[in-house]
Design a protein around this ligand. Sequence first.
Ligand code: IMP
Length: 428
Amino acid sequence: MSSVIIVGSQWGDEGKGKIVDFLSEKADAVARYQGGHNAGHTVVINDEKFILHLIPSGILYKGKICLIGNGVVVDPAALIEEINGLRKRGVEVGKNLFLSKNAHLIMPYHMAIEKGKERLRGIKMLGTTGRGIGPAYADKTARTGIRVADLLQPQVFRENLKANLFDINFLLENLYKVSPFNIEDIYNEYMGYAEKLSGYIGDTDIIINKMISENKNVLFEGAQGTLLDIDHGTYPYVTSSNPIAGGACTGLGVGPTKISKVLGVVKAYTTRVGSGPFPTEITDSLGDKLRERGGEYGATTGRPRRCGWLDMVILRHSARINGLTGIALTKLDILDAIDVIKICTSYKYKGKTLEEFPKEINILEECEPVYEEVNGWSTSTIGIKDFKRLPKAAKAYIKKIEKMLGVKVQIISTGQRRDELIQLKGQF
Ligand code: IMP
């Protein structure tokens, strides 16, 4: 009888999909609270790979209620494609999926604006996923967004669309020098989506709170990660939502008093896609080795991920901001072939030691990591399911992380497959 938030502790891609999938077995509901189809959650079941973008990973278990909360931005075409793709592979998607009326829609002009903005930024481009996420959240905050509920009221949808296109088309034509959008084309396209999605649209805040009051087990599935948080990440090289634990409350309409635990997913090393500072980035062949061993290519865009060492400065920030009650350590096995492993304990900036993550992006850009070295274990940990069977040096690495963060490691993932995992403490 718990509500557990699963949150990314680094720059996303920590392996949250696998952890959510594992914990879903004992959950009654799994809910997404922010982001959109910029996310790519990979789950491997019996060598069959599933990549989920919008639908909570819990969908892969029968009989779980899956919710897409108000904090998510939804591209209806992407959602329909995902539903159809899962159905084709025999996954049940029907009465088990609910889409919040309050979630905002990604519109075709959001992609066009994002493209135009990135082009104008030139070398200072953010390196976004190009899915229209930022402009959709910008419209939400500017109170000009179009919501899922509007799909059910064609007249309201048309009026909102007309008002938006008035200035957006001006911007597209005159600033970004691209073709404007036609109201009828978008209206007809989205009314088509409305027909396909109407059966899923509901009051997700009421559904989830009812389940919590009935003592059901609920999982909140974060997308992206803490360092990509719009408020607490490496701004402006962030996404436009709140992936942190607090985002689960606003993104679903659940009060903080109803949350029991916050499990931070930590990759045994660090990766980042897109632009922005990354103090522990490894730029030599060792970085390439980690990328190849770890399959570090974006699940959504296929872009190669930048790889680096574990960074305690960002993880301390993450543990604090999210109020972590436990850690799920992932991809431990990727370090099997590394002789000497480095852990960043602080930064050096202009001769000074920084223990805490600096808020100024230009300072972070100039920070040099201070490392502590630990021995690797040079033996395979793939598929180990019992902590006692881990090599001594791997156990020492895990204990060091716990000690440095003051948070217990409760799950250790030792491979891609669902069952390649050590559970030290249950969440429900
Ligand atoms: P956006 O979310 O598409 O606006 O992209 C903003 C930044 O967040 C870029 O650096 C992206 O690479 C990054 N990003 C967005 N979604 C993910 C994700 O699921 N994993 C890792 N990085 C992401």
